[in-house]
Design a protein. Sequence first.
Length: 130
Amino acid sequence: MAERKRGGIIFVSSVSAYIATPFEASYAASKVYELFLAESLGYEFKKKGVDMLALCPGSTDTEFHEIAGSRPVAAMAVEPVVRLALKKLGKTSVAIPGWHNRLLVYLLKFTPRRVHSYFAGKVMGNLVVP
């Protein structure tokens, strides 16, 4: 892509990249990695014509929950998530589908991270299938 000076990569991160999440610690950490990787590579490859996007959806109606052993809460349909990713690729480095997900990420900026973890732990503790 860099040789052609044209291309794009969409990293599927998550709103979990913004919250230290008990019962999903490795998942949340991997999503932070993808978010930072997309932003960093976006800077490095911008002049080479390669676009990077970190797509940060919340719960999405896929087989993820069945595989992860969790229950979906307020899951978005796949189509609007994909549509937003394709619309934002090349225009921004991060895309957060759904007004409720964007509001959550915005509000997290005004609360201590220990509070995030506390509430995330309460929610996730109830969703994890024993």
